[in-house]
Design a protein around this ligand. Sequence first.
Ligand code: KG4
Ligand code: ZN
Length: 359
Amino acid sequence: MIRLQSSLRRKKAVDCPVSRVICLALETSCDETAASVVAWESGKFHVLSSIISSQAQKHAVFGGVVPELASREHLPAMHPLCRTALEEAGLGLDDLDVVAATRGPGLAVALLMGHSFAKALAVAAGKPFLGVNHIEGHLLSPFLAAQAPSLSEVGEWLALVVSGGHTMILRATPSLACQRLATTRDDAAGEAFDKGAKILGLGYPGGPALEKAARGGDAKSVDFPRGMLHSPELDFSFSGLKTALKIYLSRHPSDPADARYRDICASYQQAILDPLVSKFRRAVRETGIRLLAVAGGVACNRALRAELEKMAQEEGATLLLAPPEYCTDNAAMIGAVASLRFSLGERSVLTEDIFPQYA
Ligand code: KG4
Ligand code: ZN
């Protein structure tokens, strides 16, 4: 087993595990500023508040995220968001056990904002601080659903994390010991949605726009390539897909007014979904694990959710889909990791740096 957390040596371990933790968490890895208060007790997470301030419209005019703009937008948003998150939870700083923030992966200038602010807040409040791996946040987000099982009742599970930056299949345990079974060789699934949407003139963020444009379309209409679908490896590859779309559109120009436009969008979306569902199914069969969890921004996609439900049923597996509000970036998932790791005795040192390449 390897741990996603590659920097445990930087963390101070405390001997006795605690059974109840209240955490204020900040997430600023990209273009969302988010704050949340999460309580952890007996293996269950309770989201007491979760607030997200999205900068998407500010970046839309540039067709993608501009790191320095993201960083500057986080700065004025963090203090009011933390204050509101505490107010909504009905708590004050004194009630907290730990203050947390995303340490990486993400945009360095954006991570620095939340990570530095949370450290300063922890010092001012006299509370411990924990820096969190964003991917572990996505990994735990299916367990934020009210009906999700308690982590204390769960053994191993198989996770599909599909976001704008990552596409992974992981074998995970409640102590967050993880084994990565698959990753993308090039673009992430969300990136394939975003780049395809840009080529199709659908704007940013591309995933939700492409899903909407594809609704009701014939997904079999264009035979776009399915990267690595038949490879013996579980890995993914999506970079050839956008090139195939560009070539197709150069030969068959189309715009939203065209009747075939919806079919092209649906076919493109299907070429992303097929490898995701097929490789995840193979991982289920190869590992024999029957508890599945799916998270990350792309997990908002309704067509993907429906196909995964069907696959899980066919394989006799239990499927936990992250609630849509916790699929895209949020601070509740960061609070979940921090409260769990805090309960296991972990603390970050205050000299901890951000880790933009965290994997
Ligand atoms: O998890 P997330 O908020 O950020 C990262 O950690 O990357 O994921 C954002 C990604 C974007 O690529 C966005 O286009 C995609 O998730 N996404 C979707 C949908 N909603 C968001 N992709 C497909 N269908 C959606 N409905
Ligand atoms: Zn994310």
